[in-house]
Design a protein around this ligand. Structure first.
Ligand code: S3P
Length: 169
């Protein structure tokens, strides 16, 4: 049984949706950032601050290599996880990849006031969101399916993801 991997920008709801979906499907849930945090003994924010982004990306790559060998999981990947060919190809081997999307304003609204995302702790987060979305759009497009979450509740997104998974598998 293939894994279901949720990818997409920060604030698109990957973790909460993946967790609920795993519950509905009776599958194991895995959040890559949480696995990294446990392994490193510090938060993603602290890893970025103390060890730097390249160190985080290396840790992320290693975890992706490991979870890619498993099956039947519902995985929530960090927003930058598939911005790397090796990671994408590893995940692709045994997973259906579904990208959650949202517009910059919605992402800003969902992420504001939360300081745990180092990439958005900048003076002008909206500009940063737009830049990163632009840089990443070709990568996110490679997912097997996309769900726009702008006007959907969490449960509606869960339903959409479940439907796409059932259609693709
Ligand atoms: C990142 C997204 C974060 C986390 C890290 C980098 C990114 O995960 O992995 O801060 O590059 O988009 P979420 O998408 O779960 O916030």
């Amino acid at each position: 049984m293939k894994n279901i991997v949720l990818v997409g920008f920060m604030g698109t709801g990957k973790t909460v949706v993946a967790k609920r979906l795993a519950g509905i499907l009776g599958r194991e849930f895995a959040e890559l950032d949480a696995i990294i945090e446990k392994k490193e003994g510090m938060s993603v924010k602290d890893i970025f601050e103390n060890k730097g982004e390249p160190y985080f990306r290396q840790a992320e790559k290693q975890i992706i290599g490991e979870v890619s060998k498993k099956d039947g999981l519902v995985i929530s990947a960090g927003g930058g996880a598939i911005i790397d060919d090796e990671n994408f190809n590893n995940l692709k081997k045994n997973s259906i990849i579904i990208c959650l999307e949202a517009s910059p304003d919605v992402i800003l609204d969902r992420t504001k006031g939360n300081t745990c995302r180092p990439l958005l702790n900048v003076p002008d987060p909206k500009k940063r969101i737009e830049e990163l979305l632009d840089e990443r759009k070709t990568y996110y497009k490679r997912a097997d399916h996309r769900v726009n979450t702008d006007n959907l509740t969490i449960n509606q997104v869960v339903e959409e993801v479940k439907k796409s998974y059932e259609n693709i598998r």
